[in-house]
Design a protein around this ligand. Sequence first.
Ligand code: NAD
Length: 333
Amino acid sequence: MRLLVTGGMGFIGSNFIRYALERHRDWEIINLDKLGYGSNPANLRDVEDNPRYTFVKGDIADFELVKELVKKVDAIVNFAAESHVDRSISSPDHFLRSNVIGVYTLLEAIRKENPEVRLVHISTDEVYGDILKGSFTEEDALVPSSPYSATKAAADSLVLGWTRTYRLNASITRCTNNYGPYQFPEKLIPKTIIRAKMGLKVPIYGTGKNVRDWIYVEDHVRAVETVLLKGEPREIYNISAGEERTNLEVVKTILRIMGEDESLIEFVEDRPGHDLRYSLDSWKITRDLKWRPRYSFEEGIKKTVRWYLQNEGWWRPLVNERTLHPTPWKLGW
Ligand code: NAD
């Protein structure tokens, strides 16, 4: 299979590419990434010389470029997006361009140049908004709370509209919060590990009671592989490991694993519009496609802490006042 992966220099895309090259020895992968915020070529240094891997620097909103790439492949996985919620609060325009215009451009390129191509569009649980009790299914309405999730919900609508009208072979995945190797230091879990390792205070927004549904990135990557190979066109698949934790519990667990004291915790001003709880019902992907997560939160978080402690050479160049800022939503782009 010839596969176009967009956004493959980011956290999840790079984990997907490494996994796919290793697991499918007959796959050829083109990685299209604009090397924007949060991307990092060091994420894929170990596969750079693989003859089945090609990197193209470019924007999914560039029709001329995307059209040429779309012609060459059998399938596309679209990870490309501006993904940092905090940044969407200070600079929503970047999010409109990548997450909405970018997806529109990709769909148009597919429609005009290669309508048979298989597309898996990577969305997020954040499109549903928050839920105080119970869990969202794929049938629930989209009620986004941030500029980030609003642009992701808009992209989902475009994919559904194009898929139905032009009969494209596309599926959508909506996954919960990922964690694991190669996650940018600005995000909660790596920031906690890195700041604790550096002996700095560990910031938590508001009261720390916000609940997220955590999944180890390798489990998400296997779910995307499953949807790519077995998913039905025009179907949406929620992806969750059912591991809900408050942010405070997550930080305390990391500090315990690292042998650090809870006195490092510092509560800071909350992010505006901060969703209280996310929770997904992912029974459909288990029932129809037989996917199941393999890692409990306890196992995944131990592996993650170990990875960051052993890979200081990866994160050290990314550490600065911005990436480790306690309230990045207050910063400009
Ligand atoms: P990331 O920010 O680490 O990576 C995104 C990558 O996309 C970056 O390398 C960036 O340069 C690239 N990119 C952005 N705009 C682009 C454009 N216009 N053209 C080409 N490349 C572009 O994000 P991530 O955490 O790896 O998330 C990947 C996808 O998964 C996103 O679509 C996100 O919405 C979705 N998702 C993430 C999570 C999570 O917990 N991180 C959960 C559910 C869904």
